[in-house]
Design a binder for this molecule. Structure first.
Ligand code: 6R9
Length: 670
């Protein structure tokens, strides 16, 4: 912890330094670096950012954010206690940083390009228009009783009003809780209750891949078990009317009655900006909490440097706003930088597998940021869908969400990028707030190795731990990936459960942030993520806890118990494989029950969580203390029965043989 008073030390003569040291290659790249002693290359800048993290982040925070009052303490953190605070004493408003300051300089610049499901029907929203929408909505929320510190749940597909809703919350000091619009009524309801929201914002219907989804109806079902919900704001995505009750508010109509100016709340750096639920290794999703200044700064800086975003570029992040990638790189990062960002409502194959590239051509996208699962899917359709379109606007290609295999990486690089654009495989998590490991920024011609996230971002110090919790210092090593020191973008807690936050992230390796992922550090010191170490499956880049799926499968009256594991899947990266033990008296047709269970999971959680395969077994392999050995089941599903690992704790080894045999039969049948 340290106090840095304004106008002192490092930053004092910042502009003079820039002017005085022309030729210093890093100053053109990052103007603040002119004030950092001895920094003349990008690798030296990374070194500096880690060893002098206070100086580094203080300079960036002052320069890149617009403050209502300055901070007095750069950081006050103790990772072992889960205490993380950045820029204390400072006051600011995130919506002012994302909107007002750009409206002052370039009101007619396009902030959002809404790429609607119907191709060719994009809608452009300027900074001036987005500020007006945000202000009207902020006033409406205030009128309906939302106060500083409240939490508003947003259940909407990507669209300008969803972004305005997020920013309107930020404007009046409320937190937002965006729930991916593919989640079921049960999942939504659980998240509304856990977040203690009294307002939900939604649309009448969603439109995706040419199909309508009944989002308002889902909200109606969800709020039946949420007594705290006072109002549901409904915006009209389609012209089809939906049933409205006393509780419901016609959002567009009511917004028109509001003033177009809305006083921004002065927020403390560490006030909550949003929470976002993600799956962990228990059945209960966790609401990760991000705060104002640190999150925004980290999203903005990573957006600019990892993708090489410059003024005037069109940034195309195709992630849904319901995930952290949508938060940081479709909304907050690009808007904090005054950029133009695309909100993608459709799917990679609607109306055909050329959709992304037709959009790149039409919108002249400069940076394209997508998921490996989509790349793998498109690769199978063939190169012609890419080559049909002009992709010369592209400068950088990015991927996120899961490891990208070499074949998909090569295709992305050669076919999509025409071997012209760097491909950045970006590793990060809901918990980290922004990208932590990626091939860029680095020297412009620095090598990029396919399928590797490679280099830590500024301020990030990754370490690998061995199974005993010792830091591995050599290269060419594998271990649990941890981060050795705090950075501004990291999550601060789990909503209503700081103990779980500490247990999960801070206490496994005391003093380090534990990511739950495994990684390899190559001979050259580059990082490659190998996958989750806990009971979390990554389906098409979306996290789902095995326990969450098991909870649902176990709700079926015929099921006695179940075990869910992930397995390699061609397109999705990982698929969901469920083992179910039926109650003794049950005489059900397996095919029928299997379908029932799959539907139940879609209905209770979301479609993406639904098992690809269900195998009915007599018993599950357990340890003598009664723990299900999912590790063994995973090996069986992967067909790796010779490498089942340590079986010394298994209660009855015969169970494993039974399952191997029935698995073989099961597969022969399919
Ligand atoms: C941003 C995001 C986080 C988990 C993470 C890891 C996996 C993300 C990855 C990657 C390999 C990459 N992951 N990016 N694995 N290479 N480039 O996806 O957040 O939804 O919280 O998921 O996704 O396992 O721990 P989130």
């Amino acid at each position: 912890m340290s106090l840095i008073s304004f106008g002192s030390r490092v930053f004092r003569s910042y502009y003079l330094h820039v002017l005085g040291r022309r030729g210093c290659s890093t100053a053109a790249f990052m103007p603040e670096s002119a004030g950092f002693d001895g920094v003349s290359s990008r690798s030296a800048l990374h070194e500096f950012s880690v060893s002098n993290s206070e100086t580094f982040w203080a300079a960036l925070a002052r320069h890149r954010l617009s403050w209502m009052s300055p901070f007095h303490t750069v950081h006050d953190c103790d990772l072992s206690r889960g205490r993380i605070r950045w820029f204390e004493g400072g006051k600011l408003n995130v919506s002012v940083n994302c909107l007002d300051r750009h409206v002052q300089t370039c009101p007619e610049k396009v902030a959002l390009i809404w790429e609607k499901d119907e191709p060719g029907s994009e809608v452009k929203v300027t900074y001036r228009q987005l500020l007006e929408m945000t202000c009207r909505l902020g006033n409406l929320l205030r009128r309906r009783g939302v106060k500083k510190g409240d939490c508003v749940t947003i259940y909407m597909p990507p669209c300008p009003l969803a972004v305005a809703s997020m920013l309107a919350c930020a404007r009046i000091g409320a937190a937002h809780n965006v729930v991916f619009a593919g989640f079921s009524a049960d999942s939504l309801s659980e998240r509304i209750r856990d977040a203690q929201s009294s307002i939900v914002i939604t649309v009448n219907q969603g439109v995706r891949g040419g199909k309508l989804t009944q989002l308002k109806k889902t909200v109606d079902t969800a709020v039946q078990s949420c007594p705290n919900v006072r109002h549901v704001f409904v915006s009209m995505r389609t012209e089809n009317p939906v049933a409205m009750t006393e509780r419901d508010v016609d959002m567009e109509e009511e917004m028109l009655k509001e003033d177009a100016v809305c006083e921004p709340a002065a927020m403390d750096s560490e006030d909550v900006l949003f929470m976002l639920y993600t799956s962990g290794s228990t059945g209960k999703p966790k609401g990760l909490v991000h705060t104002q200044a640190g999150y925004l700064l980290y999203a903005a800086v990573t957006h600019r440097y990892v993708f090489g975003y410059s003024d005037g570029d069109v940034f195309g992040c195709v992630a849904d706003i319901g995930w952290i990638t949508g938060h940081s790189y479709a909304v907050y990062g690009p808007l904090a930088n005054g950029g133009t960002t695309v909100l993608f409502e459709s799917t990679p194959i609607y109306p055909d597998p050329g959709r992304y590239w037709e959009m790149v051509q039409r919108l002249k996208i400069n940076q394209f940021y997508g998921a490996p699962t989509a790349i793998r899917l498109l690769l199978k359709y063939g190169d012609q869908w890419v080559q049909k379109y002009d992709r010369s606007s592209l400068k950088t290609l990015g991927t996120v969400g899961e490891p990208i295999n070499t074949e998909a990486w090569q295709w992305y690089y050669s076919v999509v990028g025409g071997e012209r654009c760097p491909v950045v495989d970006t590793w990060w998590q809901t918990e980290t707030g922004g990208i932590c490991i990626a091939p860029r920024p680095s020297e412009p011609d620095a090598e990029i190795i396919p399928g590797m996230a490679m280099r830590p971002f500024f301020g990030i110090k990754p370490v690998l731990m061995d199974s005993k919790g010792k830091v591995l210092t050599s290269n060419d090593a594998n271990g649990a990936l941890c981060i050795a020191q705090p950075w501004p973008g990291m999550a601060r807690t789990i909503h209503n459960d700081h103990e779980r936050f500490k247990d999960t992230y801070c206490q496994q390796y005391p003093g380090y942030f534990s990511t739950g992922d495994g990684a390899h550090r190559s001979k050259d010191g580059y990082y490659q993520i190998t996958g989750r170490l806990d009971d979390v499956i990554n389906v098409s880049g979306h996290r789902i806890g095995t326990a969450e799926i098991e909870d649902v499968v176990n709700q079926c009256p015929e099921v006695a118990e179940s075990a869910v594991v992930g397995y390699s899947h061609d397109i999705k990266g990982e698929g969901v494989y469920a083992f179910a033990v039926l109650k003794k008296s049950v005489e059900a047709e397996e095919g029928v029950l299997s379908k029932q269970l799959k539907d139940l999971v879609s209905q209770k959680i979301a479609k993406y969580a639904s098992p690809d395969c269900i195998q009915f077994v007599e018993r599950l392999p357990k340890t003598r203390s009664g723990k299900i050995m999912r590790r063994v089941l995973r090996k069986i599903v992967e067909g790796d029965t010779s490498g089942l690992g340590d079986l010394s704790t298994v209660d009855d080894p015969a169970v494993i043989q039974e399952i191997i045999q029935s698995h073989d039969k099961h597969f022969r049948k399919q």
